[in-house]
Design a protein around this ligand. Structure first.
Ligand code: C5P
Length: 214
């Protein structure tokens, strides 16, 4: 057992993309690698926390020292999250699909037609749900990725989703974003705001040090 500021705390971290299936062989997803979430999970473990990493379909290696559970769709993740709702700290780095196909066909869609329409419906916003059901003392940390108006949108999400912190990362900043090993994150809280640049590993431990260190 590691002694640190998070010893005895239950931490749940989510990482990676979701997949929303159209038919048995096709899905809607995004390029999330899970690297940032894995780094957050490992950094929390190094501070003494009892960590569970919930991850989507990723190829990135997860260190054996981290306990994991896997999900495919946003609905799967929502179910897993409800099982871990009692966590002291929730870090939501997963890139959850906002929409899913209304129906999923059991057979592969044939290409003997010029067009195929797929109707999409909203997925549950898991982090908003967690914010609505936040228990006393629980810390909710969200992520925000935007292509424009990053800081304004991130600040709005911090309030709207009832979060304690939001990690804003821009897709347009150099050395940032989906599969990169490096990142720039603007950590925004209700009272302070900081910027971190470096490897995802370094940033993850700096963020947790800033929030929970001493
Ligand atoms: O609103 P937006 O999707 O930009 O917010 C991003 C944050 O919300 C991330 O922490 C992400 O994991 C979470 N999220 C979620 N459920 C969704 C969409 C996003 O938990 N359906």
């Amino acid at each position: 057992r590691i002694q640190g500021p998070l010893t005895g705390k239950k931490v749940v971290v989510t990482a990676g993309p979701t997949r929303e299936y159209i038919d048995p062989v096709r899905f809607i997803s995004n390029p999330s690698s899970g690297k940032m979430g894995i780094a957050m999970a490992d950094a929390a473990r190094a501070l003494g926390a009892d960590v569970t990493l919930l991850h989507g379909p990723i190829t990135e290696k997860i260190p054996d020292r981290i306990q994991t559970k896997s999900f495919i769709s946003a609905d799967d993740l929502f179910e897993l999250m409800k099982d871990h709702q009692d966590a002291d700290i929730v870090i939501k780095s997963a890139a959850v699909s906002d929409f899913k196909p209304v129906t999923r066909s059991n057979q592969k869609e044939k290409k003997d037609r010029a067009k195929l329409s797929v109707e999409l419906e909203r997925n549950p916003d898991i982090l908003s749900w967690l914010g609505e059901h936040k228990k006393k003392g629980q810390v909710l940390i969200g992520f925000a990725m935007e292509t424009e108006n990053l800081m304004e949108n991130a600040r709005a999400k911090l309030e709207k989703k009832n979060l304690d912190w939001i990690c804003a990362n821009s897709l347009s900043e150099k050395g940032s974003g989906f599969a990169s090993d490096t990142n720039t994150i603007h950590l925004i809280g209700h009272e302070r705001q900081l910027e971190f640049t470096g490897s995802k590993k370094e940033i993850a431990s700096q963020i947790l040090q800033e929030i929970f260190g001493s």
